[in-house]
Design a protein around this ligand. Structure first.
Ligand code: AMP
Length: 320
């Protein structure tokens, strides 16, 4: 399958790369690394990276291209880091001649002509790095930086499940190509002081269920009061990631219309994407998302997580 993907890249003169909605470092890094790598190794080809708004912390990494619907005719489309059709950013991807999907989600659905998915790999950027190396393609400092961005963000700086020897070896290789880690981390991991103040609020006000699922609710009023964006608030889910006895933590973020609530679920050890998928969501075993439309649904999701958490703790006492 790997060779087939390379053959398709060689075959097409125009390649359009899509990614998922609500972009993160992994999909932006994967998308741009692939684009730049194809341009570097096959300079005669036209390659485009498409999508919508990029969050502030990634603005340095995501210049997007304009592509009109008629440009898809006779083109190869590659979709990176996107499990399902409903999560693809830009519906015109179906207009391409041939579609390749490259992904690492646990709940991946086949929507392309080639579906290359390895759910054991913790970042799509790690898959792209391995592919580029196996294809013997040149990688320069810029491409290496995009790949490192992808891997470091989706592995929580190399902490999460799935980080293995190959991922670390590839990361080392990328560093050898000139990635400036201090610069990258300064762009990625500094935030506005308003976010820190809201982080203080999270520390003071998070709640736990009976078995210890930690959660925080960000209302629009709270978001406005602290003068942050809803993405800034959403990013604070990780504030709850190290509470002793809490293997699951969740942020609920009210969207502009107040009836829609984005849910970000995270865990250690426990698989939570099953619960997410019951609430219009999905994702990885230990990092998933969902959308709910009422406080009743919030309570229902918390109850389900509480039971799951309780059972897991009872059956896995050796982990604590
Ligand atoms: P997030 O909390 O948005 O960072 O999402 C964590 C993981 O869950 C990512 O891999 C997303 O692709 C996936 N995810 C988030 N929201 C949804 C959703 N509504 N449906 C399916 N997958 C989702």
């Amino acid at each position: 399958m790997i060779n087939q993907i390379l053959e398709k890249i060689k075959e097409y003169n125009r390649i359009i790369i899509h990614r998922h909605i609500r972009p993160d470092g992994d999909c932006i890094g994967s998308q741009h690394a692939l684009k730049k790598a194809i341009m570097l190794n096959f300079p005669e080809k036209e390659v485009y990276a498409v999508g919508d708004v990029i969050p502030d912390y990634l603005t340095n990494y995501g210049v997007l291209d304009e592509v009109t619907p008629d440009m898809y005719k006779g083109s190869l489309v590659i979709v990176v880091d996107t499990a399902s059709k409903k999560r693809i950013c830009g519906e015109n991807y179906t207009l391409g001649d041939y579609i390749i999907k490259i992904d690492h989600h646990d709940d991946s659905e086949d929507y392309a002509d080639i579906n290359y998915v390895d759910e054991k790999i913790p970042a799509c950027g790690a898959i792209i790095t391995s592919l580029l190396r196996k294809w013997n393609l040149k990688i320069n400092e810029e491409i290496a930086t995009y790949l490192y961005l992808a891997i470091t963000t989706d592995t929580g700086r190399f902490r999460f499940r799935g980080v293995n020897e190959e991922v670390m070896t590839n990361a080392g290789y990328l560093i050898s190509l000139g990635v400036k880690i201090d610069k990258l981390y300064t762009n990625l991991y500094t935030k506005e002081k308003e976010s820190f103040k809201l982080q203080g609020y999270v520390y003071q006000n998070f709640k736990t269920t009976q078995s210890g699922v930690a959660y925080i609710y960000f209302s629009q009023d709270l978001i406005n009061e602290y003068g942050v964006t809803k993405d800034d608030a959403a990013n604070l889910v990780s504030t709850l990631d190290s509470i002793k006895g809490s293997l699951i933590w969740v942020a609920f973020i009210e969207q502009e219309d107040r009836f829609e609530i984005r849910v970000r679920l995270r865990s250690r050890f426990v698989s939570i994407n099953g619960v997410a998928s019951k609430y219009r969501g999905g994702g990885h075993l230990q990092a998933a998302g969902a959308t709910i439309y009422s406080l009743d649904e919030m309570n229902a999701i918390l109850e389900e997580l509480d039971v799951l958490h309780q059972e897991f703790k009872e059956n896995n006492k050796e982990l604590f």
